[in-house]
Ligand binder design. Structure first.
Ligand code: NDP
Length: 390
């Protein structure tokens, strides 16, 4: 029986993971579940799955969580430290599905126990790829990708030599605004940005898909995960979202990963790895799917891709700056404080300002330094936005 914990259990990835665990109750024992504000969902799942502990990120919600778990025998805890302790509880497999840089420390805590970390939280790799990989190496822990593109790459690489890889192509749906006139993007509303043409996901990643910041992060994630050079990674817009990724080998061959829009494939692949087991995902009918189309992403529509390339070329803490500035700009867009296209302008300005601080960007990659960079980049983003507003 595999002992599993789910960090970010109340979110879209967390709930899909729980759906798979619910279908095979004899195969898994649940150790820890963590959530944020959705106490009812966290407590209900913790009770049903007989988790050892449920943790909310928010200390002010601990009493509510305790009340919701009363009589269940499930422990309750709250706060950042408790999230790390949940990650560090003895388990074989931990899902990292907290959204944002907040997922980094609990994920590292899980790796330090030698557990397998299924990584949906791409922000961890963007902020601190070297730290995450080094921690996994030192503790003989395994990182498995959960993003559908990276799961696809991982599967297309199985049994192959990474040295024979010429390029990796990840596809992008193009997001909610792929067919809008570029001059209309500045007026895009929160509702319009929050609806994805193909995938049902959390709100933040859906907006990041519209801006292509999600794909930009995935490009960095590809570099970190598979150790390829930035110029070996290509992004192609594929509106049908059925081909998730392709690996191109030096003999010219391309191996693609193809599947329906259902994250339970990538989650289930990681959950059952190294075996393949039955998964409740639709079997793709290619004849019904019809044409698969591909086109190059337009640089003017998706400036986030150029910013990700700049972050990779700069290296060091530039990824942490990129991610924190993006998270802060996204918060401001969600709060109605800035327009859709201003998000990329803020990220570019923050990267330019902090790039001058070599002591920050080139500091050794420790959790403390990543956290400090994250705070400074958020503060810088707030300053840039305040200057623009004033
Ligand atoms: P959701 O917003 O649906 O869920 C996020 C989870 O994190 C929830 O459990 C939420 O709790 C919790 N959370 C939010 N803020 C914090 C915080 N500060 N500290 C601790 N926990 C917090 O996100 P998704 O499931 O969509 O995405 C999760 C991760 O997976 C992201 O990194 C995303 O990029 C990645 N991903 C998602 C995909 C998808 O299909 N959704 C696909 C590929 C990758 P609560 O809701 O209770 O407040």
């Amino acid at each position: 029986m595999r002992r599993v914990s789910i960090l970010g259990a109340t979110g879209s990835i967390g709930q899909n993971t729980i759906d798979l665990i619910d279908r095979a109750p004899d195969a898994f024992r649940v150790v820890a579940l963590t959530g944020g504000r959705n106490i009812a969902r966290l407590a209900e799942d913790a009770r049903r799955l007989k988790a050892e502990i449920a943790v909310t990120a928010h200390p002010e919600l601990l009493d509510d969580l305790r009340a919701a778990l009363a009589g269940s025998g499930v422990e309750a805890a709250a706060g950042a430290q408790a999230l790390c302790e949940a990650g560090a509880r003895e388990a074989d497999w931990v899902m990292s599905a907290i959204v944002g840089a907040a997922g980094l420390a609990p994920g590292l805590a899980a790796l330090q126990t030698g557990a397998t970390l299924a990584l949906a939280n791409k922000e961890s790799l963007v902020c601190a790829g070297a730290l995450l990989l080094d921690t996994a190496r030192r503790h003989e822990a395994r990182l498995l990708p959960v993003d559908s593109e990276h799961s696809g790459i991982f599967q297309a690489l199985r049994g192959e030599d990474i040295a024979a890889v010429e390029r990796i192509i990840i596809t992008a749906s193009g997001g909610a605004f792929r067919d809008w006139p570029i001059e209309d993007l500045a007026r895009a509303t929160l509702d319009e940005a929050s609806s994805h043409p193909n995938w049902a996901m959390g709100q933040r990643i859906t907006i990041d898909s519209a801006s292509m910041f999600n794909k930009a992060m995935e490009v960095i994630e590809t570099r970190e995960f598979f150790g390829v050079e930035p110029d070996q990674i290509e992004v192609v817009v594929h509106p049908e979202s059925l081909v998730h990724a392709l690996v191109g080998y030096r003999d010219g061959g391309l191996i693609a990963h193809v599947g329906p829009h259902d994250m339970r494939h990538a989650i289930g692949f990681a959950l059952n790895w190294p075996e393949r087991r039955d998964l409740p995902v639709e079997r793709l009918d290619l004849a019904r799917a019809g044409a698969l189309t591909f086109r190059a992403p337009e640089a003017a529509r998706y400036p986030a891709l150029r910013l990700a390339t700049a972050a990779m070329q700069r290296g060091g803490m530039a990824g942490a700056v990129f991610n924190a500035a993006k998270e802060q700009a996204l918060d401001a867009f969600i709060a109605g404080q800035i327009g859709f296209t201003v998000m990329a302008e803020i990220v570019e300005e923050v990267m330019a300002r902090l790039d001058r601080d070599a002591g920050l960007i080139d500091a050794p990659m420790t959790l403390d330094n990543v956290t400090r960079t994250d705070h400074l980049a958020r503060q810088c983003a707030r300053n840039v936005m305040a200057e623009r507003a004033g």
